[in-house]
Design a protein around this ligand. Sequence first.
Ligand code: F6P
Length: 367
Amino acid sequence: MKTRVGVLSAGRDCPGINSAIHWFVTSALDKDLVPVRGMMFEVLGIVDGWKGLMEVKPDKKESVKNWIMPLDKEIVRTWDRHGGTRLGTSVSNPFDPKKDQSELVIENAKKLGLDAVVVIGGFDALGVAYKFFREGMKVVGIPKTIDKDLSETEYTLGFDSAVNIITQDIDRLRITAGSHSRIFIVETMGRKAGWLALEGGEASGAAIILIPEHDFVMERVAELLKIRKKAGERYSIVLVSEGSKPRGMDMVLERRGQDGFGNYYLGGVGGFIAEQVEKMAGMEVRYVALRHLQRGGTPTAYDRRMGRKFGIGAVDMIANEDFGRMLAWKQGEVATVPIKKALEQLNLVNVEKFYNTKDYRSRDQVL
Ligand code: F6P
């Protein structure tokens, strides 16, 4: 008897997901590991995340063909090198209070004969996984999000690739900023967590870094830029995380609305800062929002390696019946943690430890 496992990626895409799927399938179908694990696997990829389990009609052949992708080693052979997710994804919430389809998902999973489901997701998608676990579904989580805002793990797939993109893009912007003696305001993603801006700023040597965990004072930003200019700097890069806000003000949002999980669409604070700097400091400013470029492209070596560890780890978890838990990276080792615990709070930047609140950059001492 084979253990039939469904694999899905849910929420936003990022580099590293395909690597996790590649290694999950490769390890699950490795014949040499059958005697070690004492079980055999069959892997079904579920198209477009939770949506696939809501839309599929298990009794209709054509529908199963559209929403379920049987995976073998040959199919996933090159997936580890590709960004995004070959299974597709969606920001769908089966527990949406306006249209709860959770029972349908459970019924479909049963009809498809799924013995376990591997969910590659961030905060929202793993939240759904945990709710299904409470309903009796045997779920295993793999953490992925460029925001790195999940607790109980020091790494989430996609983060390193995104930081590399930010670094490379800032390297490019420096060239034109320097030629024109301009200020560049560069906006990163990250939601409520400032990790992308902080670590992208460290890697690229941005002059000013603004993060959601510490409200900034607009006048101080302008002042810091003037000081730099006076000191002879031709240009400055200000890196701002999309969730940052000026002290005493509401968040600046370019787009109205919320997704299916109630998250506001973020983005736009960089434009506000650009206008203010021009007014307050009288400097020539340009604004670049990196947006989805940060989630595109191929995974870095680190994301491929972490995808490998998490993909193989997910097979081990199923073999060990370690359900309702998520793979995690802790002190240089793979571990598993309860999904519930990972969702209790967001992993945000510890300002006191990592941030210089006077000069808006990473702390100047590391010990
Ligand atoms: O959670 C990942 C993330 O990239 C956030 O940093 C960002 O706010 C959001 O997703 C953007 O979502 P969408 O792809 O729906 O625009």
